[in-house]
Design a protein around this ligand. Structure first.
Ligand code: ADP
Ligand code: UVW
Ligand code: MG
Length: 292
């Protein structure tokens, strides 16, 4: 994984390396590779390129990259790589179009979609991020657990005799919001007054607010907060619940502007707060242009 950085030609050698990474992202990698192979069959004479969702995180701080595991596991590649790099790059590009200050300041990005992660960016470079080796780590997502006590997995393996497939199914597809409330659609959960739906939303909002504060701590402060993704961009109520928990950091929304779904949504005076419709495909295309 370590040598797959910059965008490049997608040839058979790179495809074979990407096949080896399927175990790290079972929800994502098989779909992306099937699509790439179908495109090769359909357009055999076209040149095909690839850009990596982890690439934005090549600049992670050493204390973020290294996981606190035995040295021998680190040598196996058990490290933080981070994901949603195309999403964060797009969000950064959009906000920089309004305020170039974000390229010099301390920013925390909350990308809340099918998968959710929070990212610390200092001077335009990623320094820390909540997802780690796989898109299962970090904050909870609609159907993924996020971080757990690793002892819980040992207990399930050893005493409940769950195998790796059962753990993967549970953690990737039946956990997160869906684990608590039975399904992971934030639209439905926000409209559901039932206790399980409310617990799921509250847990989600608190964990994200905590992660924003934690990410800010790693980069020594907070000048900008940026929301993106299907939930982050489309659910003003959730943004309000998250930001309300960060008032002690000086964050304050302008409620009308937030409800209207505007791009800049803070009240002024504290860190700026942004709400952006990202374009991951454009980031892919920009990477491809750089490679060509
Ligand atoms: N109006 C909305 N309010 C709250 N959540 C929404 C809204 N629209 C979409 N979502 C949620 O956004 C998520 C999908 O986010 P998106 O970034 O589009 O997905 P993906 O990561 O799969 O590309 C789904 O969990 C969906 O429930
Ligand atoms: C990397 C990742 O988790 O992507 P998504 O949020 O689109 O599932
Ligand atoms: Mg996504």
């Amino acid at each position: 994984m370590a040598d797959l950085h910059d965008a490049r030609e997608l040839d058979e050698t790179v495809l074979a390396k990407l096949d080896e990474l399927v175990p790290f992202a079972p929800l994502h990698q098989p779909v992306a590779l099937a699509f790439a192979r179908a495109a090769r069959l359909r357009w055999p004479h076209a040149r095909q390129g690839v850009a990596f969702d982890t690439d934005f995180h090549a600049s992670l701080a050493p204390w973020s990259r290294r996981l606190p595991v035995p040295e021998a596991w680190d040598a196996l590649g058990i490290r933080r790589y981070g994901f949603h790099g195309l999403a964060f790059a797009s969000a950064l590009r959009i906000v920089a179009g309004h305020d170039t200050g974000i390229l010099k300041g301390r920013a925390v990005f909350a990308h809340l979609g099918g998968g959710c992660s929070v990212n610390a960016v200092e001077g335009g470079r990623s320094r820390d991020t909540t997802m780690a080796l796989t898109p299962l780590g970090g904050i909870p997502s609609p159907t993924r657990s996020g971080d757990l006590d690793p002892g819980a997995l040992l207990y399930l393996l050893r005493h409940e005799r769950l195998d790796a497939q059962a753990l993967e199914d549970g953690l990737d597809r039946s956990a997160g919001l869906a684990g608590i409330a039975g399904h992971g659609d934030m639209r439905v959960l926000l409209a559901d007054p039932g206790p399980q739906a409310q617990l799921a939303v509250e847990l989600f909002a608190v964990r994200i607010a905590q992660s924003i504060a934690a990410m800010a701590t790693g980069i020594g402060g907070l000048d900008h907060v940026v929301f993106s993704g299907g939930i982050g961009h489309r659910a003003p109520v959730l943004r309000a619940r998250i930001v309300a928990r960060l008032a002690w950091l000086g964050l304050a929304l302008a409620p009308d502007v937030n409800d209207a779904g505007a791009t800049r949504i803070d009240r002024g005076g504290g860190p700026s707060i942004w709400n952006v419709a990202i374009d991951e495909e454009r980031e892919l295309a920009e990477s491809a242009l750089a490679w060509l």
